[in-house]
Structure formats: C-alpha cells, structure tokens
Design a protein around this ligand. Structure first.
Ligand SMILES: Cc1cc2nc3c(=O)[nH]c(=O)nc-3n(C[C@H](O)[C@H](O)[C@H](O)COP(=O)(O)OP(=O)(O)OC[C@H]3O[C@@H](n4cnc5c(N)ncnc54)[C@H](O)[C@@H]3O)c2cc1C
Length: 639
C-alpha cells in the first residue's frame, strides 16, 4: 500500500518555495564530490539539471540515446518560452501566470507546484540570456514577447520559430563546460533499459550501448529521469520518431506510481497526414495563431481554392465561438473545434480532415517582411512539406498528438514514489494538469533542471554522504542485467513476419481511434481489447533483423514497443476511470450543451496515480486530492 504524500511545504502559497529553500538540508562541497548522480536525458530538463549539479560539485553521469546531447527532442520546440517578467506592462505577474496555468490545466494540477514554476520562470529567462540564447529583441534592444493560447497577456519569449534549438544550444554549452571540467561524464548513444533499486532506493541503471550492443551497469546515489514525453504512443505525432515511453514504463514497473497517464495533449496546428507511409507529423507552432486566422468554408464540401472563397463565405469559427480569446484559445479547445468542423463536413483538402490557417490579413496589414521576421523558418518548413506557399495561400492544419501532461507522479521534491528516483521536465506529471498551455513546457523543463532539482536532490542526498560509491557487482545489478539480456534474446528469437514499425503503426492507430481527442466508455473498452490482442501478436509474429551485438535500430524499436503497449493500456484504464471531461481528456459522456468539456469536481478533483502490480494484475488506482485555496474553481470559459 503506497501512501501518497505530496510534501507541500506549509505557509502561504507565495512563500512556500522560499521557506523550502531556507530550511532544506545542504551538502558541503567536500561531500558533494563523493556523491554520484545519474541523469537520464539531455533535453532542456536533463541538460539543465546535469550542468547545475555538475557546477555544484556532484559527480554526474548523463545518458542519452542520440549521438549528441543537443539532439534531444527539446531541439524541436518552436514557438517560445513563458515567463512572468511583465516587460510589456500588460498586467502580467507571477500570480497571473500561475492562475492561467491552473485554469488552462482545467483545475487538475497542484497549486504549490504551479506557483513555484511561475516564480522561477523569470530566472530561466535571465539564465538563458546569460548563456547567450538569442531571444528576439525590440528596436531598443530589450527582450520582446508574443502571445500564446489561453492567456490575455504577452509573456512568451522566443527565438523566431526555433526557440528550442536556441535554448538547447545554451543548455548544451553549459553542459559541455562541466564535461570539460570533469564533473559531468557524458554517455551518448546509450539507452537505459532498466532501473536498479537497492533496499528500496534507486541506485543505478542498466543501459545498452547502441553502437556496440554491450550491456552496461551504472551505479549512483540518486537517479534523475529527464526522459521527455510519450506522445509517440500514437505513432503519428509531432514528436521525434525516437521519442518513446520506455523510461515511464521502467519507472512504473519498478514501483514509481504513474500520474494522470491519460492526459495527453492534441495540438491543433500540425501539418495534416499526407499518406499512410508517413512516420511523423510536423508541428506548425501555436505562435502562428498570433497572426494567422483559422477558418473553414461556410458551405459543406466546398472544393474551391481558398483564395477564391470570398470573406462572407468563410467561417472564422474560433473567433465566432470564442470572441474573448479568438484564435488564441487553448490547444484542447482549438483541436476539438477543428475536429467538430471537419466531422460536420466543412473540412478542406483531399481528405476533408484539415482547416485553413490564413495569414492574408496579417500580411496585408504588417507586410510580408514582418511576417517572415517572426515565422520565416516555419513558413519555409511548411512549403517544403506541404508544397504550397503560405505567404500566398492559407496553410492547411489538423490536430495531432503532441505532449504528455501525464508522467511519473512526483512530490514537491520532484521525487517519485521510489526514494532516490526523481523525474523532471515532460517526464513528470506535475504542473500542467489536464492541458498544457503553449510555451509552458520549456519553462517547466528549464525551471525543473536549473532551479528546482539542485535544491531538492541536495536535500535528499544530505543523509547519503556516508555511503560509498555503489559497486555494480552487487546482486541487484546482476539480476537486472540478466533480465535485460533475456528480454533482448526473446525479441531476437521470435522470428515472425512483421517489423517493429508495423506494430507501432497499428498500436498507434488503436490509441488514436479509441483514446485520442474524443473518448467514450465503449470505444475505450474496445481499444483495450484490441491492444491486448495486438500485444499477443507482437510476441508471436515480430521479426527483428540483424543481431543484438551491433548497432540495431530494429531491436531498439522493438524494445520501445513493449513500453508503448504497457503505457497505452494504462492510458486507457485511466481514461475509463475518469468519467468526466477535463482539459484534453474529453469523455463524450460528459459535455455541456454547447459541446464544451464538463468537469465533475465533486467526484474527480484528484490526480490519479497508478501502481503497477505485475504482468497480469490490474494496477491499483490511488487518488491525490487537489485542494484549491488560492484560485476559485470555475467553469473554464474562453468565450
Ligand atoms: C514540435 C514540437 C514543438 C514544441 N514547441 C514548444 C514550444 O515552443 N514551447 C514549449 O514550451 N514547448 C514546446 N514543445 C514541448 C517541449 O519541446 C517538450 O515538452 C520539452 O522539450 C521536453 O523536454 P525534456 O527535457 O523533458 O525532454 P526531451 O527534450 O524530450 O529529452 C528527452 C531526453 O531523454 C533521453 N532519453 C529518453 N529515454 C531514454 C532512455 N530510455 N535511455 C536514455 N536516454 C533516454 C533522450 O535521449 C533525450 O536526451 C514542443 C514539442 C514539440 C514536439
């Protein structure tokens, strides 16, 4: 029986983090040198954590499966990063950012954690600027901002449409400094395949060297997962093809409870699916909705070229339905509205599964150059993929799987229910509730990595200073290594007919159709059955070519599919158990007369936290009640 304790510090909301920092335990510099920390992941969360912890003097080992840390998926982030600087004097504040996130997440996040991330957001911008991140500036040289969905202020700092790339170059430079200083050891092309738990505490990992196939053991006093999100459970998503659910599954099966697994964000503005052989979808950043207007023809099945459809025959349905926020409604709302129009027969393009995002008015008003300055690289990307010029005719967009609000459950210390195992960035469930606001992830990842984990992990390690380095010849390492090797051997020996990608594509379709943007009891149950059937087929008809003792991407993919099955099933169980709509989780049984999400606060105002009980056992659902002391729970309206 697990006792969930969020360990929220006492005191007024605005003082909790300061109180925590003032009273948390420290480790002196001489002792830090004796302590080892494993960080898995080198995105904005992992690179931030590793470089800060290295700078503090800990011995840090960092892992990523890419060939270089700077290819972590954070590199793909486009639109920007939020902070409550209020440079525009437009009414922003730490409280306003906190409030927007609580409301945007449909009142399914913890107040204390959200307030803290809003507080550290300003430090993140200062830190990245100091690291040389070239955020956009106004004529006078001050940092400038733009707006993102679900808010009425302009608080998003950006570097054209390549904010993630620029931030990760900053994060990578601080990481490289520590690597050169010898405080951080970098292990790239390594995939963590299991966690080693000794006497109930996380003490190491088992990793595969992806180039040689060698299985390695690595020990440490604490382990941090900064492993990103599992949105690729849908196969087609805006994430990098190699993003996966493995770390989430590894944590969960070893005893870390899984928070809100079904909360997964569908982004409204992806380039639509073009053919069945595609392996990924490409995002068109939410920032485009600052200037782009979303519309469909007023007439069903209208096949005219968009430029020849007159103004009065266009339905700017977001502006019509949500006059207060217009095109900048949050993602869940915009995605559902797009699907509703397409399902009703107003969609455009060959499949009818897309809507227009039109820059005509913005270009007429501001000029093409101004639009190019803001979004040039996104327009270029669109033209290369879709084959039409968005300066001359509207983009076509459609919703796609994008971001996981769910993740490993953590307390205020960012520690999972396995002592010594921490989860930061997209890998944890902490601050976005049932729907993430745009540009709030980079803020969270960097905040967790640079400004939160250094305090909380130090507090944890303060009573570990007498423990010597963990030897990897301990029986716990041997057992885990043997299990990993046995699983690899099993995958290699099935010798069936279907490639791993075939299973992933089929699995993703089941998840999208049954546990995607709209969910209902019947569909979820069918999805669960279909997943179970497909999982059986996987273990009898998988074919992995090549050998396990060399670079073998088929084997890597096959291993990741095991986790997609497990996490996919858990997503469905979670979605079934939450018979309300909230944020991105839309249960068709629970909607208002106008088709908006209908929360049920009396019965579902909690974080769901699932405990793994074994291969053929039902996981156990724990509920962490959510209390709102500083925000009044209201129906979420953007009208
Ligand atoms: C196309 C796109 C655009 C986006 N734009 C924005 C934006 O403008 N603003 C915003 O705030 N958010 C944006 N997001 C979301 C944001 O980019 C991500 O949520 C964030 O970058 C995640 O960072 P992270 O550090 O948690 O993990 P990631 O950057 O995903 O890094 C994960 C790391 O973990 C490693 N890893 C994972 N599993 C293993 C394993 N088993 N073994 C070894 N290593 C492992 C990987 O190698 C990698 O280094 C966007 C997302 C997408 C998909």
């Amino acid at each position: 029986m697990i006792k969930l304790d969020a360990k929220i510090p006492a005191g007024p909301l605005a003082e909790k983090w300061d109180n925590y920092k003032a009273s948390s335990r420290l480790v002196n510099p001489a002792n830090k040198k004796k302590l080892e920390i494993i960080v898995v992941g080198t995105g904005l969360a992992g690179a931030g954590a590793a470089s800060s912890l290295g700078e503090l003097g800990y011995n840090v080992k960092v892992f990523c499966y890419q060939d270089t840390p700077r290819r972590a998926h954070s590199v793909a982030a486009q639109g920007g990063i939020n902070a409550a600087k209020n440079y525009r004097n437009d009414g922003d504040s730490v409280y306003r950012l906190f409030y927007d996130m609580i409301k945007g997440g449909d009142y399914r996040a913890r107040e204390a954690d959200v307030y803290r991330i809003a507080q550290v957001s300003n430090d993140v911008i200062d830190h990245y600027t100091a690291l040389g991140v070239p955020f956009a500036r106004d004529y006078g040289g001050a940092l400038t901002t733009r707006s993102f969905g679900g808010v009425q202020v302009s608080r998003t700092f950006y570097a054209k449409g390549a904010t993630g790339q620029q931030c990760i170059l900053g994060a990578y430079s601080s990481l490289s400094r520590q690597i050169a200083a010898g405080t951080v050891t970098m292990y790239s092309r390594r995939e963590m395949l299991d966690l080693v738990v000794i006497d109930g505490r996380a003490r190491g990992i088992i990793a595969r060297n992806l180039v040689t196939g060698e299985i390695e053991r690595h020990g440490a006093h604490a382990v941090v997962f900064a492993t990103g999100g599992y949105g690729t459970v849908y196969y087609l998503s805006t994430l990098a093809v190699n993003s996966n659910a493995s770390a989430a599954w590894i944590g969960y099966k070893n005893g870390a409870v899984f928070g809100n697994p079904s909360f997964i964000q569908i982004h409204p503005t992806s380039i639509p699916v073009l053919n069945e052989f595609q392996s990924k979808l490409t995002l068109m950043s939410e920032s485009l909705r600052n200037d782009g207007r979303v519309w469909v023809p007023k007439k069903q099945g209208d096949t005219r070229h968009p430029n020849s459809i007159p103004e009065d025959e266009r339905d700017y349905y977001l502006e019509r339905r949500y006059p207060a926020f217009g095109n900048l409604v949050p993602r869940d709302v915009a995605s559902r509205a797009a699907k509703e129009r397409c399902d009703a027969g107003f969609g455009v393009g060959d499949t009818g599964l897309s809507v227009y995002l039109d820059f005509k008015d913005a270009i007429n008003k501001q000029g093409e150059k101004a639009i190019e300055d803001k979004y040039g690289n996104l327009f270029e990307m669109y033209e290369k993929i879709a084959g039409t010029n968005p300066y001359k005719e509207p983009m076509r967009i459609y919703p796609a799987g994008h971001y996981t609000m769910g993740g490993l459950w953590v307390d205020y210390n960012m520690m999972t229910t396995i002592p010594g195992l921490f989860a930061i960035g997209e890998a944890n469930f902490s601050v976005h509730g049932a729907n993430r606001l745009g540009a709030a992830s980079l803020m969270q990842c960097a905040g967790d990595g640079y400004f939160i984990i250094p305090y909380t992990i130090t507090d944890y390690l303060s009573d570990q200073i007498k423990l010597p380095k963990f030897k990897t010849d301990l029986p716990e390492f041997e057992v885990k290594e043997a299990e990993v090797k046995a699983q690899i051997a099993k995958l290699m020996s099935i010798n069936g007919k279907q490639a791993p990608a075939t299973f992933h594509r089929r699995l993703g379709k089941i998840m999208w159709d049954h546990c995607g943007m709209f969910r209902n009891e019947k569909g979820l149950k069918e999805g669960l059955e279909q997943l179970e059937e497909l999982e059986k087929e996987f273990w009898t008809d998988l074919r992995v070519t090549g050998s396990a003792d060399e670079l073998n991407q088929e084997l890597e993919k096959a291993g990741r599919i095991i986790a997609f099955f497990k996490v996919g099933k858990l997503m469905i169980l979670d979605a079934l158990s939450r018979n309300e709509s909230c944020g991105a989780h839309f249960r068709e049984e629970s909607q208002t007369d106008t088709g908006e999400a209908k929360r049920d606060d009396a019965n579902y105002s909690y974080v769901s936290a699932w405990e793994y009980k074994g291969e053929d056992e039902m996981p156990v659902l724990y509920k962490e009640p959510l209390k709102f002391e500083y925000v009044e729970m209201k129906e979420r309206s953007y009208k």
